[in-house]
Design a protein around this ligand. Structure first.
Ligand code: C5P
Length: 325
């Protein structure tokens, strides 16, 4: 109305956003490209293990990291290479924001586990800063920035279930007829993603085998029909043999999961986390209990998918001085 401008929105003291981990239901790796990446055909599913990122206005950019539910955060960088911090800085730079934030990450996703925990940190940091700075850039613009930070960041923003192509950054949603229940078995260490891709290349050169034929249709049909047995049969990961070669305990972990009643077991992404598919959330809890004597509770997580993509959980406003009314 003329003469009565909208009151200025309150200053925000902090924003907390969350983003999900992922498992690859299908991971077909093409030949190595000139830029060092591999063209992929993958089906991502976001699962209910989350990273939470809180951004707070600060004089300069900084980062702290905390493990949740026993997550070991020893390997997470606390310098300028941290992906959440890089995400905040990149967004500020591109949007012309001359303010800094402190980024606090609460990690529930295993570190260097093949579940895109670092990418989820970046996705949550983008969403949190976009909200704190009131940029309202929208999902597509954030995903474009995210792709500069890492191949899995756009999926962390979108969530649910999607086919990824290119480096994994081009996404098309997939219809799912049912949710999936998972048990994740954490490994005792991590694996480096570039090392696993390089081992995959090396094995292919040594054996003369190229990428195996496509199984995308089988995964999509199983998802559409909500058919857990068909999904279990269709799960496949071209990086699995390479991950198992670099971490020889993995093959035994998959086999132990199958013996304990999992519908199927697969290495998650570049590993070394193993994803076991169960018939229902209750069956996943039973499976995790049955595997406890073998792996210990601290190495087992249950989750469901698909989970939503990155979103704001909480916005804390600064109380206005003098209580303006
Ligand atoms: O994109 P991001 O930084 O997550 O990738 C980490 C590494 O994984 C890359 O440096 C590359 O070695 C490997 N990679 C690949 N092909 C992809 C995605 C990742 O070779 N499509």
């Amino acid at each position: 109305m003329p003469g009565s401008p909208d009151p200025a929105p309150p200053e925000l003291a902090s924003i907390t956003a969350r983003a999900p981990a992922k498992v690859n239901l299908l991971l077909q790796v093409g030949p190595r490209r000139d830029d060092g990446y591999h063209d992929l055909v993958t089906v991502f599913q976001a699962v209910s293990l989350h990273e939470e990122v809180t951004v707070t206005p600060a004089d300069e950019f900084g980062i702290t990291v905390e493990g949740v539910g026993g997550t070991d955060v020893g390997g997470v960088p606390l310098d300028g290479t941290n992906l959440a911090l890089r995400a905040a800085r990149l967004l500020a730079e591109r949007a012309g924001v001359d303010r800094a934030v402190h980024v606090h990450v609460r990690k529930e996703v295993p570190v260097a586990g093949g579940m895109a925990g670092g990418s989820a940190d970046a996705a949550a940091a983008l969403v949190a800063c976009d909200s704190l700075w009131r940029l309202r850039l929208g999902l597509d613009a954030l995903a474009e920035l995210g792709a500069e930070l890492g191949s899995d960041v756009p999926f962390g923003l979108h969530g649910r279930t999607a086919v990824g192509t290119g480096r994994g950054e081009h996404l098309v949603p997939v219809l799912t007829g049912a949710s999936s229940a998972w048990v994740f078995v954490l490994a005792e260490g991590g694996l480096s993603t570039p090392a696993v891709f390089a081992e995959c290349d090396r094995r292919r050169e040594a054996t003369g085998h190229d990428a195996p034929p496509g199984r995308l249709e089988a995964v999509e049909a199983a998802l559409r029909g909500g058919d857990v047995d068909a999904l279990g049969a269709a799960l496949s990961n071209d990086l699995q043999d390479a991950a198992c070669a670099l971490d020889p305990a993995l093959a035994g972990t998959v086999a132990a999961g199958r013996r304990a009643g999992a519908v199927a077991g697969i290495v998650s992404g570049s590993g070394p986390t193993v994803a076991l598919l169960a018939r229902s959330p209750a069956a996943a809890r039973r499976l995790a209990l049955d595997l406890e004597p073998l792996f210990g509770a601290e190495r087992l997580r249950t989750a469901t998918g698909p989970a939503p993509g990155a979103r704001v959980l909480e916005a804390v406003s600064t109380p206005s001085p003098g209580g303006r009314s």
